[in-house]
Design a binder for this molecule. Structure first.
Ligand SMILES: [Zn+2]
Length: 488
């Protein structure tokens, strides 16, 4: 895991031109061979209780994920190669690289141009990328089911992850219903102000343009980003460098990714936070998100076994990342650390609330759709229509059939995000209760976060963690209340 993680870090930070993973897998063939997988399946099936049971589940989850990932690696490489060379051809003969299409659509202020580009992109995807992706999803599904850990793909995911997908899907349906009125109140004025398109004609391309943050970017300058965030973390009593275990890689370099990312190379001893500060709302929010991950890994107990430090329920690490990135929705934090004044904050927070509710509704719909995709009730040929129907009705924006197999998070990662939203909101409430509204600058809050949360790695499920620190299970209640406070 260290070798793989280091390889990704070097490649994405521009320190190596490509990630060479095959030699690493070859070197560690025994850890990831068929015998290791069979042993993990056997250990898990043997039952047991307490920590032994927990470890067996975590090891099996890791083995299944890694084997599945290696199995589909050739297909994935083909798709990546396609994505980096494919060109979208418009009717006037002009061409746009496939990878630029999303950005061009979001940036386009001419609606006709935006829709034409999205139509051309969708038809290219439908012809070439969608069939490859559909094959990959099917390949992975049959591999996982062939292990006979549980009845089918969904039951296997639930057994090895400890996540109750069906219960979560029911919560998502309820959340969509409960926030329907809020959504239909909030969306039209924003659309009228920024796009001037009738609500019933909105498409996914319009959503990209609507949520392209620009208006408030000047309050989030590039050169103040890292110092401001470091100051805040120190004020709450956490060393942002974790005594040298978090390494900030901020230099300009060819081949370095534009978006900040965190690479835990050795947990907790060596964690990279890689960024290329360009400023703006999204950049600040991404840095906070990745810093939440980095601090989590760097403050994980060094004496914990591999499976508590490296694997487990990613809803937990995502919730810490969200706890940090949601500081961008906290009025006191914005006034203290960004360039926003209290007067400007109101308008900014209303925009943030709309965006937050949009992402929540989109992710709820994605999960509902993905549960059908991996279930066996709907045929694969009928999925594109179901995708359009599910996503469009949740978000108001009309989706394209072409994206039904592209817009899918592997192995239900959407469920991890949704639970992270839930846990993040519970944790924020718990912090306010213990350390007051401005917990983010309370010198007692940091040590509590480190001791009660970060140190545990991902030993617990998000739901167990919520019970331990807040005395209640996960749900969308806290999420909804936080949303209402934003516009309050
Ligand atoms: Zn994350």
């Amino acid at each position: 895991m260290e070798d793989v993680s280091r390889e990704y870090y070097l490649a994405h930070a521009g320190l190596k031109s490509t990630a060479e993973l095959q030699p690493i897998y070859a070197r560690h063939a025994e850890a990831l061979g068929p015998d290791a997988l069979a042993m993990a399946v056997e250990d898990f099936a043997a039952g047991g209780d307490g920590d032994a049971r927990r470890s067996a589940r975590l090891i099996l989850e890791w083995q299944v994920e890694t084997h599945a990932a290696r199995l589909v690696a050739p297909s994935e490489e083909r798709e990546i190669a396609w994505e980096s060379t494919a060109m979208v051809r418009l009717s006037d003969g002009s061409m746009v690289p496939y990878q630029r299409a999303g950005i061009e659509i979001a940036n386009s202020t001419d609606r006709g141009e935006r829709l034409a580009l999205d139509a051309a992109r969708a038809s290219l995807v439908e012809r070439e990328l969608a069939p490859m992706r559909r094959d990959r999803l099917q390949q992975e599904k049959s591999f996982v089911e062939s292990l006979h850990v549980a009845g089918d793909y969904i039951a296997t995911f639930e057994a090895v992850s400890g996540v109750d997908l069906k219960a979560l899907a029911a919560e998502c349906s309820a959340f969509l219903k409960d926030t329907e009125a809020m959504w239909s109140d909030w969306l039209p004025p924003a659309v009228k102000r920024s796009l001037g398109v009738p609500v019933r004609e909105l498409t996914r391309a319009d959503a990209l343009a609507l949520f392209r943050a620009r208006e408030f970017d000047r309050y989030f300058p590039a050169d103040e980003m890292e110092p401001a965030v470091r100051r805040q973390v120190r004020e709450m009593g956490i060393d942002p460098d974790a005594a040298g275990r978090v390494r900030f890689d901020v230099g300009e370099r060819d081949g370095k990714r534009a978006r900040a990312f965190c690479a835990p190379v050795r947990v907790p001893e060596e964690v990279y936070l890689v960024l290329r500060p360009h400023g703006g709302q999204t950049d600040w929010s991404t840095l906070l998100h990745e810093l939440g991950h980095a601090l989590h890994f760097a403050y994980t107990r060094a004496d914990y076994p591999f499976e508590y430090r490296w694997v487990g329920d990613n809803s937990v690490t995502e919730s810490y990342a969200m706890l940090f990135d949601h500081l961008m929705q906290t009025p006191g934090w914005l006034v203290r650390y960004s360039g926003l004044s209290r007067q400007d904050a109101g308008a900014y927070l209303r925009t943030a609330a709309l965006e937050e509710l949009h992402y929540l509704r989109r992710y709820c719909a994605k999960l509902l759709y993905e549960v059908e995709l991996y279930g066996d009730r709907v045929s694969w040929d009928a999925l594109p229509d179901l995708y359009v129907e599910t996503l469009s009705s949740a978000t108001t924006f009309r989706y394209q059939r072409a994206d039904a197999f592209i817009d899918v998070d592997p192995r239900f990662y959407a469920a991890r995000y949704l639970r992270a939203w839930q846990l993040g909101a519970v944790l924020a409430d718990a912090l306010v209760e213990r350390f007051d509204q401005d917990w983010y600058r309370n010198p007692n809050a940091g040590p509590w976060i480190v001791g009660e949360l970060f140190a545990e790695g991902q030993r617990e499920l998000a739901s167990e963690l919520s019970q331990r620190v807040a005395g209640r299970g996960l749900g969308f209640d806290a999420v909804r209340r936080a949303l209402e406070r934003l516009v309050g």
